[in-house]
Ligand binder design. Sequence first.
Ligand SMILES: [Zn+2]
Length: 700
Amino acid sequence: MMKNYLFLVSSLFALLLLSCNQTRSVDLSEIDPGRYDSTWYNRAPLRHIQTNLREIDADMDVDTYIQALVDASASVVTFNTGGIRAFYPTKLPYHYKSPYLKGDLVGEVIEKFHENGIKFIARFDMSKVHESIAEIHPDWLYVGTDGKVVNYNGEVHTCITGAYQQEYAFKIMDEALSAYPVDGVFFNNAGFTTRDYSEIEHGLCQCDNCRNGFRNAKGLDLPVEADLNDPVYREYRAWQQDVIAAHTKHIKDYFKALDPGLVYFNHEGDIVRSESGTSFTSQDYWTYHGTENTKKVLNSNKYQMPSDTYNYLLGMDYRHTATSPNIGRIFLTEHMLNGGSPGIYFIGRIENQLDRESIPGIKELFGFHKTHEKLFTNVESLAKVALVMGASRDYRGIIRLLTEEHINYDLIQGEALGSDRLPRQLGSYDVIILSNVTEMDAKTTALIDGYVENGGRLLVTGHTGISLGNPLQSIGVTVEAQIYPRTKSTYLKVDESDKNVLGQEQFQDFDVILMNSDFLKCVPGPGAKAYMKLVPNTMHGPPEKCYFTDSDVSSFPGMVVNEFGQGKSVYFPWQIGSQYNWRGNNAHRALFLSSLETLLNFENHLITDASPLIEMTHLGNLNGAFEWLGLINHSGQIGNVFREPVPIYETKIRFKTLNPVERIYLLRSGETLNFNQNDGWVECTVPEVDDFEMVLCLNN
Ligand SMILES: [Zn+2]
């Protein structure tokens, strides 16, 4: 009876609280987000659509095309202009015009884009020429190791070292860019391409330009096999990098000399274009692809803006079939709620897709972004953890761990460490995680050691700092630089003394931890403390022999903890992230969390009972006008199948805010939210997270 009575009271109380949340649309008119810099694109609310036109699209009805883009709220559109096909009436003899072109398509489109406030990004692709041009200019072509050129559907591969890409490409751009007021340029597919669209490998280019270029630079004959054990091939790889770097610089310098305001769209450009999607050749699906591609630009370079595009198409071999609408929804919300720009890439146009199921959902999300675009302006992540990406994909497992545990993080590219392009000082992070960053120069190593010396906390995995012979001092080990290679049935032994440090409760059920990673043998230095021991390659068959004894346990530690100056470090001489990405093992998660929270005393600024299926972000406006939490519901994923997400109810959140908060709105559900505020922390309950939610905090 008493129980029922209490239930009734608590239900009434819950009802009362719920009824206080009201549905009222937020008025954003008073908000002034300010500007990040003087450009139109950086930390600005872009909505990018790339329509990769086929030659047959040249006879499009322009007004219908524009209307579809306007209906989808596009603000930036990448439009085929020249290269493989010219979509304008070119006068150049070796620039192949689309046979379907009637008038001046580029001229008409660009005028109407600008009338509708859409930026025009001119797309060029110089990687192939029409076979009629190839016949006249065999000196422009790629030559495979069989001595033959590659003709794919009548388009012949060109070589980056030939005069087409090195010189004629610039004549084409001269013609197009002087005729049309384009806002930016996207230059596709520059580099040494050896495969065709059927994934057939044609080998290292053997054209005369490559032959002469390599001989002049290195005094060597071209290799035929891509064999890293061959010193000639290693020289060839270095030469390739030089050629690509020089060509990229040539293109960049050319654009900037032509018009400093012209925006360069490329992986090294002003706007960094990348792609998230499904792969036809792999069953692996990377849930946080949109997040990774967005964060790694925003958090590494204050001058660059990411434009990750969700690939509408299923794969390169199935260009006319779309992915599940729920995949698009996930990538677009990852772009938005990490402070980037939602983007999408179609083959053909929006209005002539053969698989249209995903289009309404995309329009709806782009529309959401447009309605709330002030809230995506001039924002920066409020993360207290920086994850530095190394060469391997160890960092992806750490992304999983941090996301599942709702620890907000920034993602920094290894080469950006120590550069003045970094948006935030390293000292502004409570913890830095170096994820198998093998190649660190002495300057970067000193920078990280300095961070720890001044009180910073460091978590290091794998072979960080080893390759170039600049080991970190702060991790407190002598590295023998001997790797115990990955072997089956290898473990870390967890003793009582380890559990006393890592946490008896968390480790009560684990006496061993799975180890399927290369392992660096290291010896703790004076003062450093070593935990857990490697038990390599134990017997795993027959069942009668599946055991190990004390004599099988090595002396090599699985974790070293070191105090350095005023700071502290935890070192895993193996890749804990790769391990978690591989199997999602609970002991690995417990170990990661203990090292972060117990050993490094990290205090999260966001405490929640949210499901691990909710990805959370926290960003603030640099003008101080607002801050918000982003919540993305990943519950629709079942392996490689993506269904509707299941609504998640009553998510409690307690978080530290930048400024005192006056009002909180839920932008997806349209409700105002009741909350408590105490000592810089806000507490609230989000009644329902459907596909995603944005918890907007205003301070007036
Ligand atoms: Zn070549």
